[in-house]
Design a protein around this ligand. Structure first.
Ligand code: FES
Length: 127
């Protein structure tokens, strides 16, 4: 048992040199998307901000790390690209509320958004 619960995922939201910036993604309400994600996953995930995850070409990057129960069931962190609008946030929220990685099949919208990070990104993020 963890301090946050057996069924609580971690959602790591990149906010650094590219992700979350007006320079790279003008007109996107980055703060609003983060607030929506935090509010709608409350009780199901801890939402953390991250420094650059070394996958800037895929920005905005979000990594969903399984809950302890999901990890025991075989779930592994899933890296998601282009989280730039309400629809993307809502896809993540729905999945996390269903249990996230390791708990049931990966929904199609999440699978289409997922990408394999580089080895460097993986070692840097250590998720
Ligand atoms: S700023 Fe997000 S991957 Fe680089």
């Amino acid at each position: 048992m963890t301090a946050y619960g057996e069924h609580v995922c971690i959602v790591r939201v990149c906010r650094d040199c590219c992700c979350g910036t007006e320079r790279k993604h003008p007109g996107v309400d980055h703060d609003g998307l983060l607030a929506r994600l935090e509010a709608d996953t409350r009780g199901h995930a801890r939402v953390l901000r991250s420094d650059c995850l070394l996958a800037c070409d895929e920005s905005n990057v979000v990594v969903v790390t399984p809950s302890p129960a999901g990890r025991r069931a075989g779930g592994r962190p899933v890296w998601l690209r282009a989280v730039l609008d309400d629809a993307a946030v809502d896809e993540i929220t729905r999945w996390v509320r269903l249990g996230g990685p390791g708990v049931g099949p990966v929904p199609d919208p999440i699978g289409r958004r997922a990408f394999a990070p580089s080895g460097l990104a993986l070692s840097w993020a250590a998720v």
